[in-house]
Design a protein around this ligand. Structure first.
Ligand SMILES: CCCCCCCCCCCCC/C=C/[C@@H](O)[C@H](COP(=O)(O)O)NC(=O)CCCCCCCCCCCCCCC
Ligand SMILES: Nc1ncnc2c1ncn2[C@@H]1O[C@H](COP(=O)(O)OP(=O)(O)O)[C@@H](O)[C@H]1O
Ligand SMILES: [Ca+2]
Length: 553
């Protein structure tokens, strides 16, 4: 509560006679000559000269104003009044502060503390001051547009929203217009029709596929309103200032996991309420000057594309479908021939082999933004550099381009543990044809602490742009008039067992299939913003417990 106290002092309010906590202990007493003196109780600290406003001492006892969810006047229960210490007092007044409490594994909970006092005017002053304080937090959303996919994941989206999220939004005085989707693309189409500018944010309740749909609607709408043609791959895109919130209710929920650190609807709702902002890189995918899709997490050809394609037929299985299709795809051990060409990311500070990963306030993402702003000032921003394309032809089991780590409960550090949320680049992972046993070793490293790039058949590059063309398509294009060969190509893709192996896979684009086997991909630095802050760093993650939950400042 120190920041609150500090605020009150700043506002020239003289002192607090007695605000009492629920157990009847005096928490705050008089503030003499502008200096607050506190009676030490289990709940409070002695303010020392070291204390600074906005400095978090210990989460249990200090709640920064930015982490107050709501302040409410509290009715005092007659029974409480009549018992114990309160018997002597005639009338009590109280207010309750709802605030964020950190628990294990990046989980946030909404906790509350009620302060009682005998002076009604004082109590009202507190409520008033605290409400003003909350109003002054301009990044907090007031009005949201919510899309719920009732069929995502375990089909719990509606229940999750109603039971866990809506009560918190109400508490924080956020009003929400809720749309329960009736079909795929409902949310996307709707975003082209409604007045999106009256909302402070769009919330999607569902999985990565649902996020992708909302993101396509929002980016598409902003480009339309700005007169930008998405089909031209070279055109700079207009950034979306309206933030997107994700309430996880899907099957993988990797975008939520990689930006918040946990899949927990209440935690995500609290990140929305406090108005967090996490910029996110988005890849745009084109083929032959036609816009195909955007991607923020995994854009995968081969293994992950095949899993997705197979799993779509098994939606009835729920999230388990991925394990089933994963096992089946692993056994099929299909490889794909083609050419990958890419432009390595220049001017980024990090590398995919770094030990350090992207966390709240990431300095690598910050430096990228600064660099981009400098370039803007010099007018270089949209000049495309055509040099330095690297070309790799080969047989691949998987081609994965990730804009973020893709951490999820199945793979807690993700497909590229050092990838950054907002550094304007993607990590391109090429897994060449290898034995089943070696591929399994690679997959197992998705799940443990070992380096998944430390294999001779795995290469990883940090890129800003890349292209892929399957051999099948290359052959067809070069011999477009050779009908015999074309037919042969067709034949081979229909029979993957055929020794010439010209089969095509599909792309897994954030959990949506993309049927083009030739793509041109560009990373758009920080195109969208989420209600998130990246994964927070705790001082001692292993020894973390709810009584010593200190953040690394
Ligand atoms: C041997 C154990 C291997 C475990 C490998 C786990 C890898 C997990 C990597 C997950 C990367 C996730 C990237 C995110 C993708 C999502 O955007 C996207 C859509 O999400 P949504 O449904 O919420 O809308 N999700 C997906 O595409 C699902 C990918 C899930 C892959 C599961 C793979 C299981 C593989 C099992 C192999 C089994 C081999 C066993 C051999 C004896
Ligand atoms: N009402 C609906 N009926 C059918 N499909 C829907 C509906 N609403 C959204 N979708 C689509 O369902 C797909 C998967 O949704 P998602 O929430 O990501 O679940 P999951 O994680 O289980 O795949 C998305 O592509 C989205 O476009
Ligand atoms: Ca990135």
């Amino acid at each position: 509560m120190f920041e609150v106290l500090f605020y009150i002092l700043n506002k020239g309010m003289k002192f607090i006679e007695s605000a009492l906590n629920r157990d009847g202990e005096a928490v705050f007493t008089r503030a003499a000559r502008g200096l607050m003196s506190l009676i030490p109780t289990p709940l409070v600290f002695q303010v020392s000269g070291l204390w600074k406003p906005n400095h978090v001492l210990c989460r249990e006892n200090v709640v920064p104003a930015s982490e107050i969810v709501a302040v409410e006047e509290t009715e005092i229960d007659k029974k409480q009044c009549d018992s114990g210490k309160w018997q002597k007092m005639s009338k009590l007044h109280a207010f309750t502060v709802h605030y964020i409490k950190r628990a294990r594994n990046h989980r946030w909970r909404c906790s509350e503390i009620t302060f009682w006092c005998i002076d009604e005017q004082l109590c009202n002053q507190w409520i008033q001051a605290l409400k003003e304080l909350l109003d002054s937090q301009k990044s907090r959303p007031k009005q949201l547009l919510v899309y719920i996919n009732p069929y995502g994941g375990k089909r719990q989206g509606k229940r999750i929203y109603e039971q866990k999220v809506a009560p918190l939004f109400n508490l924080a005085s956020i009003s929400a217009d809720v749309v329960i989707t009736e079909h795929a693309n409902h949310a996307k189409d709707n975003l082209f029709e409604v007045n999106i500018y009256k909302y402070d944010g769009i919330v999607c309740v569902g999985g990565d596929g649902m996020f992708s749909e909302v993101m396509h609607g929002l980016i598409g709408r902003i480009q339309k309103d700005s007169g930008i043609d998405q089909n031209n791959p070279k055109t700079p895109l207009a950034q979306c200032s309206i933030r997107i919130g994700i309430i996880p209710a899907g099957s993988t929920d990797c975008i939520c996991y990689a930006t918040v650190g946990i899949i927990d609807p209440e935690t995500s709702a609290l990140h929305i309420i406090v108005g967090d902002c996490q910029p996110l890189d988005v890849s745009s995918i084109h083929h032959n000057n036609t816009f195909l899709k955007y991607s923020v997490s995994l854009l995968g050809y081969g293994f992950y594309g095949d899993i997705l394609k197979d799993s779509e037929k098994k939606r009835w299985m729920g999230p388990m479908r991925y394990d089933f299709s994963g096992f089946k795809t692993f056994l099929s051990h299909q490889y794909y021939e083609g050419t990958v060409s890419f432009q390595p990311a220049k001017g980024t500070v990090g590398s995919p082999r770094d030990k350090e990963s992207c966390r709240t306030g990431c300095h690598i993402c910050r430096q990228t933004k600064q660099l981009e702003e400098q370039q803007k000032n010099y007018g270089f921003e949209h000049k495309e550099v055509e040099d330095e394309w690297k070309v790799i032809k080969g047989k691949f089991l998987a081609i994965n381009a990730v804009n973020m780590s893709c951490a999820c409960p199945r793979s807690p550090k993700g497909l590229s543990p050092a990838a950054h949320l907002a550094d304007g680049s993607a990590d391109l992972i090429l897994v060449r044809k290898c034995s089943r046993f070696n591929f399994l070793r690679y997959l197992v490293r998705h799940t443990n602490q070992d380096d998944q790039f430390d294999f001779p058949f795995v290469d990883v590059y940090r890129v800003k742009r890349f292209q892929f063309t399957s051999k099948h398509l290359e052959d067809n294009e070069s011999d477009i008039k050779d009908v015999g060969k074309k037919r042969f190509g067709q034949f081979c893709s229909d029979h993957p067992a055929c020794c010439c192996n010209l089969a095509n896979s599909t792309w897994n684009c954030d959990g949506e299939t993309l049927d083009s086997s030739a793509v041109e991909v560009r990373v758009r630095c920080q195109l969208v913003k989420l209600f998130a802050r990246g994964i927070e760093i705790y001082k001692d993650e292993a020894a973390y417990n709810s009584s010593s939950n200190e953040l690394l400042s």
